[in-house]
Write a protein that binds this ligand. Structure first.
Ligand code: AMP
Length: 216
């Protein structure tokens, strides 16, 4: 069972692809963003601490995120393999992961920065079932309503313009260096993440299936 992570800027489409591909591969999709949002919604002490960083578009401190993820790793379904989305985002997180569950493949979602702002500002989510829509490329059937349960769609607080600028800057400074970290380990694959959902899914699938090959 594979241990895979998706790496790339906010708005690159990691979460959308991860939910489809994890189901196809029969492994859990572990999104630290989703785990943290659940803690915020449940008003746990950790959620309360993390929420301020998140709505400002800043990273939650390493020790909190690592704690959330390690708790999730403790559940039996994550033992054989997993697809990580949104973790690691710092060198300290990557180094910690090496000691807990070393990755076999890292897929880097490459998208021009100009496309990211558009994608993030047109993203809407269902607060009930977490389905993600895009007003331009993946609109709901009825305007403003979730296809699955009819709940009114919302914009994530960190998809508002002020927070988006911070998230892109934090990504460039803190997370982008992980591309070299994993390239040096020979497990990185870069995919062109612009194009239709299906095109990107095929490229990502190819990058995952090619686990035996070298990096590029
Ligand atoms: P995401 O859904 O992956 O875009 O994550 C939403 C927000 O959760 C991020 O902007 C951060 O504030 C926080 N977050 C998620 N994953 C991490 C992580 N690995 N390290 C630090 N903060 C994180």
């Amino acid at each position: 069972m594979p241990r895979i992570a998706f790496l790339g800027p906010p708005g690159a489409g990691k979460g959308t692809q991860a939910s489809t591909l994890a189901a196809e591969l029969g492994i859990p999709h572990l999104s630290t963003g989703d785990l943290l949002r659940a803690a915020v919604a449940a008003r746990t002490p950790l959620g309360t601490e993390a929420g301020g960083y998140m709505s400002a578009g800043r990273l939650v401190p390493d020790d909190l995120v690592i704690r959330v993820l390690e708790e999730r790793f403790g559940l039996p379904d994550a033992r054989p393999g997993f697809l990580l989305d949104g973790f690691p985002r710092t060198l300290a997180q990557a180094e910690r992961l090496e000691t807990v569950a070393p990755l076999e493949r890292v897929v880097f979602f490459d998208v021009p920065e100009s496309a990211l702002v558009d994608r993030l500002s047109s993203r809407r989510v269902c607060p009930a079932c977490q389905t993600v829509y895009n007003l331009a490329s993946r609109p709901p059937r009825a305007p403003g309503r979730c296809d699955r349960d009819g709940t009114e769609l919302v914009q994530r607080p960190d998809d508002r313009p002020e927070a988006v600028a911070t998230r892109l800057a934090v990504y460039a400074e803190t997370t982008a260096p992980l591309v070299e970290f994993y390239r040096a380990r020979g497990i990185l694959r870069t995919v062109d993440a612009s194009g239709s959902l299906d095109e990107v899914r095929r490229r990502v699938r190819h990058a995952i299936d090619d686990r035996a090959g070298g990096s590029c």
